[in-house]
Design a protein around this ligand. Sequence first.
Ligand code: NAP
Length: 297
Amino acid sequence: MPHTQTARLMDGTGLARKILDHSAAMATAITRQTGTPPCLATVLVGDDPASATYVRMKRARCEKAGIASRHLHLPATTTTAELVDAITSLSEDPEVHGILLQHPVGAHIDERAAFEAIAPHKDVDGVTMRSFAAMSFGLPGFVSCTPGGIMRLLDHYDVELAGKRAVVVGRSAILGKPAGMLLLARDATVTYCHSRTRDLESIVREADVLVAAVGRPGFIRGEDIKVGAVVIDAGYSPGNLGDVDFDGAVTRARLITPVPGGVGPMTIAMLLSQTADAAALQSGLAPAELVPPSSPE
Ligand code: NAP
């Protein structure tokens, strides 16, 4: 029997705006109490236009929220040692509260070594091994921004996770893997799928909560979405294309993120939110007490 149900859209743009407003209020409070605004250092290696655009967007959002940014643009010929040195200096600089290394960096650079030069208390993008471990053990620390944003969306829409079958398609260090760990921490039963997974479609069909993080437009077929599932499409390919066949999925899912306007805006919102938190903590202030808890959800 055909399904004519239409899923409710999960509005990442709207929720991100609330989180950004909250981050701006935090920045104002921190600036008032310490005399200096929170500061995010962005590091860009080389001249990839897409990476340059992402960094510009992040800095513009910072400025709008009253968060200062310091930009370090290094040439494409930068070596691993030079990049590690530059990031180590930022880690040691008391005027910098958060560090973002725009990735991917050039293939000749050891990206992991560069990430690990970020001090854990400044890892507002949640990319270090320490942050991943803390997140996996449920200890204090910063989460990887896109998975963190996904969890905020799920919570905002009151999605029950305990005991639910969650399927994450993709296992990258910044997206798929941490998304699965965060779902596991909320008592979902998590299955990871990847390029070597056999019979991926039948696993997808069992998902109460599906996170698509592959980077292949329309990779998840609408007909494979379980009726009533919650579908998070984290994929983004040029032309505003997600990983999920939206038109097919929307008639079967209960909740679904649009592309654009779903997961994407949440990523920057999480970056700013964690930068404000980092600045508060480094100034000896308690983030939760700085701004009244009326927002963001
Ligand atoms: P990635 O590092 O390329 O990882 C892609 C993952 O997909 C890998 O784990 C890979 O498996 C898996 N995969 C590739 N082909 C597959 C196939 N045929 N069947 C099953 N799995 C397959 O990408 P990423 O950085 O995680 O990003 C994924 C997508 O999310 C991209 O579209 C990216 O643009 C988007 N993204 C969006 C945001 C945002 O803010 N909205 C942030 C980050 C990323 P293997 O591990 O086996 O190779």
